[in-house]
Design a protein around this ligand. Sequence first.
Ligand SMILES: Nc1ncnc2c1ncn2[C@@H]1O[C@H](COP(=O)(O)OP(=O)(O)OP(=O)(O)O)[C@@H](O)[C@H]1O
Ligand SMILES: [Mg+2]
Length: 380
Amino acid sequence: MQAFGLYETDDRGRSCYRPPIPAFPRMDDVWGQYERARKAVEEFDRALSTFPVPDVTGKLFARLDAVHSSGAEGTTTTFTDLLEYQTSLSRARDPEDARAVAATADAFDALAESPSLSFTEMALAIHHRLFRNAADSMAAAGAGRLKAYPNGTYDRESPAGTFHYTAPASTADAMAEWESFTAARDDRPELVRQALSHWMFEHIHPVPDGNGRVGRLLVPLALRRKSTLHHACAFLGEAVHLNKDIYVEALKDGRRKGDLGAWTRVFCSLIAQTAAANLDRLHQLEQVYQHWRSVTKSARAHSIVHALVPWVLVTPTFTLRDARVAIGKDLSFQAMNTAVRRLESTGILKQVETSTKERLFIAPDVIRLFEPVAPTLPPS
Ligand SMILES: Nc1ncnc2c1ncn2[C@@H]1O[C@H](COP(=O)(O)OP(=O)(O)OP(=O)(O)O)[C@@H](O)[C@H]1O
Ligand SMILES: [Mg+2]
C-alpha cells in the first residue's frame, strides 16, 4: 500500500504523502462510465452552443456549480441566496457564507477569460478569489499562495489518526509535476487525464484550505482550455454535493489500492450525472424562453421589453438599478420601470419584499429550474 507514492517525514515527524504521477487505467476498465460522461458532457456543450441567449454557462450553470461545490463543503447559501447577494442589494441570510460562494462564482467568471495562465497560476488565482476577503485574517493572508503549513484530514487507518497531504517543502515540486501532467496532450482521453489530475491535486492539497472547491473548478476550465469542450461546462459540484462520501472514498481508495480505475469510474459518473441534470435544465430553460417570447411579442419592436427578456432569462434576480446598468444607463428610471411592470403583469417577474426602497424582482420560472436540487440518480 505504501508503494503508491511517497511518504516523506517532515521536521516534526509527520508522515506526509506525495502522490505519484498516476498511470492511466486500462480503457476497458473504465469504458462504460467514460463513454457515458463523454456523451453527456458533449451533448450539454453542444446544446450550450446553440442556445439562443449568450452567457448562460457563466451566469446560471457556473453559479449553480458554485452553490453545490461549496455546499459539498458545508456552506448553506442556496442558488436564490447567491443571486440575491449578487444584486445591487448584496443581501443574504448569512453574508459570510454567501461571500464565499459568490467568490467561487466570481473566480469562474474571471478564469474563464484568462487563457494565458498556467494551470498552477489558475489554481492560485481561484484560491486568491476565494480567500482574499475572508473574515479570518490568517486565511486572507494566505490567499493565492501555496500552503506554508502541513494540512491533513482525519483518517482511521493512518497511524496518528490523521492523513497528511504533501509536505509544504515538497509542494512546489509536486505542483510542477502536476502541471506538466495536466497540461500534457496525447491521444489518450482528456476526461480521464483530468480525472487523474484532480486525484493528484487533492492529494497534494497545495493550498491551506479550499482545495476541494479549487480542484473541482479547475476541471471545467482545463477541459475548455484543452479544447475538449467549447464551454467550461464539465461541472461535478452538484453530483459531489449529492454523493460526497462516494467521492471522498474513491479519492482515498485510489491511494490505498494504487489503481485509479475505480476513481476514474466515479469521477466520470459524477461528471455524467451533473451534465445530464444540467442538460435537462437547459432544455426547460429554452421552453421558458420561447414562452416568454410569445407572451411579449405584442410589445412594440423597439420596446425595452425585448432587451429585458433575454437578460432576465440569465439574470433571474435583479433590482431596477441592476437592469438599468446592464441594459442601458441612459434609459430613464421610468422607462425601465414600465418595462419591468409589463413583465410582471405577464407573470414573468414577481416583486420580492425588501426592507429598502430599492425594488427586487425574480423570475420564478427560471429560479425553479435551479432550485431545489433536482432528484438525480446515484452514480453507478
Ligand atoms: N482522504 C482524502 N484524500 C484525498 N483527498 C481528500 C480526502 N478527503 C477529502 N479530500 C479532498 O479534499 C477536499 C477538502 O479539502 P479542503 O478543506 O482544502 O477544501 P474545501 O473546499 O475548503 O473543503 P472543506 O470545506 O471540506 O474543508 C474534499 O472536497 C476532497 O476533494
Ligand atoms: Mg475547507
